[in-house]
Design a protein around this ligand. Structure first.
Ligand SMILES: *[C@@H]1O[C@H](CO)[C@@H](O)[C@H](O)[C@H]1NC(C)=O
Length: 228
């Protein structure tokens, strides 16, 4: 009897472990924002309720306009940015129909010679499509290995969620890139600003150790990045 019980437990637990593994695999394959529980959830942009995403408008109040935006028609002002690029993204604020759908889109315009400095998107992977131009792009994995490639018009690249990545215009013309995220709100943290220009500042001694530079050099970098 005891032997049989052991076999039953072993069988049960093997099945349990199997189910657990399958669940973990399924969970691992889901890397987008949470699934919507209704056809759509047009963002109520006037609500002051804070939740994961935005509260939904009554579906009867939804209109076609909620599902479109002209925000990406024109490039931003490239000369207004000392780094010479512009990024405009769709959000539930400028496109309420995006809310809870787990995706968003951006337009990137980059002057010749410009670069988008190393940054991360904590909540989404990003694919880019080069509509026009020539780029050098890359991301770094958690082993500090760089995966970089040159791209020309028509090429597509993907930056995995959370990976530090950059884009550089290596062509002679202003580059035009379309990007897509599997998050309605991927977020952006620029590594240089997060480390050297935070408010308040990270202790200079910490940055001095982290970057193997003097405290004076930390102060210099902070100033040149606009930290106060
Ligand atoms: C773009 O930015 C530059 C620098 O700030 C400014 O001089 C120029 O008037 C801006 N152009 C437009 C169209 O807003």
């Amino acid at each position: 009897m005891a032997f049989n019980a052991l076999i039953i437990i072993a069988t049960c637990c093997r099945a349990f472990v199997g189910i657990l593994l399958v669940s973990l695999m399924v969970m691992n394959s889901v890397h987008a924002d949470p699934e919507a529980l209704q056809d759509f959830c047009v963002a109520d942009t006037k609500s002051s309720i804070f939740m994961n995403g935005r509260p939904c408008l009554n579906p009867m109040e939804a209109s076609p306009e909620h599902f479109m935006t002209s925000a990406l028609r024109k490039a931003g002002n490239l000369s207004a940015n000392p780094l010479g690029f512009s990024v405009i993204v769709t959000t539930p604020a400028n496109m309420p129909g995006l809310n809870t759908l787990g995706l968003s889109m951006g337009r990137i315009d980059m002057a010749p010679g410009s670069a988008i400095p190393p940054h991360i998107h904590p909540r989404g992977s990003e694919t880019i499509f080069v509509v026009r131009g020539a780029l050098n792009v890359g991301f770094v994995d958690t082993s500090n290995r760089l995966f970089s490639h040159k791209l020309v018009t028509g090429d597509v690249f993907v930056f995995p969620k959370g990976a530090v990545h950059y884009l550089q215009n290596i062509g002679k013309i202003t580059a035009f890139i379309v990007s897509a995220f599997n998050s309605q709100n991927p977020g952006t943290a620029i590594v240089s600003l997060a480390t050297f220009a935070s408010t308040p500042a990270i202790p200079y001694e910490v940055l001095s150790k982290a970057f193997a530079i003097s405290v004076q050099e930390v102060s210099q970098i902070r100033k040149s990045l606009g930290g106060t």
